[in-house]
Write a protein that binds this ligand. Structure first.
Ligand code: FEO
Length: 397
């Protein structure tokens, strides 16, 4: 009954779309949903690559059964154990008790911990080959892209890389599965958000994985989220490459908290001076309104960050604290930094922002500005000077 989505002659897409979940990992907004991709290779022997979130196991198992059409499922290859992909393993095993589960030693520790499965395991190591008949699969470990057990499966026959989370993006598959058959415009920004929110901490492991793949011919990338990449492989790889190097484009993120508009006026002054000095990409975010998911995306995207905070109970504004913590966890490197803030009776926010810059080993640009109560002429001019200093510094990179 299900339409068979073929990637190639013997490889089928059996993934699902999730338009119900509001927050991925219960943290990150999903305005366009997310897909959990799974692939079935129906060769002389059959192999499923990853499963889907358990909430969608019913339709997923029906799709698999329909393609198998009574044939046994010989292998389940687990590229990644995070439950958005591994959630249906136990149910799959109940339906196909003879299936051999393919993974590495780290996979199997997690398989036991999450699902209590310790039998029917087929362990593979770096470079091992599994023959399905005409398809020869090679396994490459890719630790910390995004968990320690992650591995890539490469079909040497058709030059297809099954890449786990790598090259994935938020956004459901609304019709077609392969990029060449759809308008992919909306996925690029969602890919940047997916990378920065989910994989962002692991820039160095992603670089190692990209190096490992650099001499491998790849005609198709089958990620676990978003479109199958065929026509836009270079662009998808370039997003992951640029973000994992923490390379920022020309542009400034201004993220501020403001209870009564005083710190916000400072942000406006800084932004206007940046604009007056030729900075065209300015991403301005009120942290009480914009979810940190989008601010993180922009901080990965641009090379300069200016943060403003009122002093709140002798500390940073709580939403600013939360944002700083998320930036710190991701170990974002090499940003130009500026800061500002306001207070009513005793200032603490700017001191904390200075300390954050030191901890991140970012470059402080211009003089931090801190105003007592309402914004007045002298500090207004200081905000303009901060904007000018940042614009000048960006021109000499
Ligand atoms: Fe899509 Fe790291 O799981």
């Amino acid at each position: 009954m299900y339409k068979l989505n073929k990637i190639t002659d013997k490889i089928y897409y059996v993934g699902v779309n999730d338009r119900q979940k509001a927050l991925f990992e219960n943290l990150w907004p999903l305005p366009y949903g997310v897909s959990y991709n799974s692939y079935l290779i129906a060769d002389e022997r059959t192999a499923l690559i990853d499963t889907v979130d358990v909430c969608y196991s019913d339709v997923f198992l029906k799709k698999v059964a329909e393609i198998l059409n009574g044939r046994p499922l010989d292998f389940l290859i687990i590229n990644h154990m995070e439950p958005d992909h591994a959630g249906s393993i136990r149910l799959l095993r109940e339906q196909y008790p003879q299936v051999q589960i393919v993974g590495n030693s780290k996979t199997f520790g997690m398989l036991q911990g999450y699902h209590g499965i310790i039998t029917g395991l087929y362990e593979v190591k770096e470079g091992d080959i599994l023959s399905l008949g005409s398809h020869q699969l090679t396994f490459y470990t890719a630790p910390m892209v995004h968990w320690p057990e992650v591995m890539f499966t490469y079909d040497t026959t058709e030059k297809i890389l099954f890449s786990a989370d790598a090259f994935g993006t938020f956004g459901t598959l609304d019709g077609a599965i392969i990029d060449a058959d759809m308008n992919v415009d909306r996925y690029w920004s969602e890919m940047e958000r997916y990378y920065s929110n989910i994989v962002g901490k692991y820039g160095s492991p992603v670089q190692k994985a990209l190096q490992k793949l650099s001499s491998t011919e790849i005609k198709i990338i089958c990620s676990t989220h978003g479109p199958v990449w065929k026509e836009h492989i270079a662009k998808a790889v370039s997003v992951y490459d640029r973000f994992s190097r923490y390379e920022g484009e020309d542009g400034v993120v201004i993220a501020y908290g403001s209870m009564y508009g005083n710190t916000e006026q400072m942000a406006e002054a800084i932004a206007s001076e940046l604009g007056a000095n030729g900075i065209k990409n300015i991403a301005m975010h009120n942290v009480s309104k914009t979810h940190s998911s989008y601010i993180l995306r922009d901080i990965f995207k641009y090379k300069a960050v200016i943060i403003g905070s009122p002093t709140y109970s002798n500390n940073l504004f709580p939403e600013i604290s939360s944002l700083l913590s998320k930036i710190e966890i991701r170990e974002v490197k090499s940003r130009l930094f500026g800061c500002f803030g306001s207070f009513t009776w005793s200032g603490a926010a700017v001191r904390n922002l200075n300390a954050f810059c030191e901890k991140m080993k970012w470059e402080m640009v211009g003089a931090p500005v801190e105003e007592k109560q309402g914004l007045k002429e002298e500090k207004y001019e200081a905000c303009l000077a901060l904007g000018k200093a940042m614009a000048d510094r960006m021109k000499i990179i």
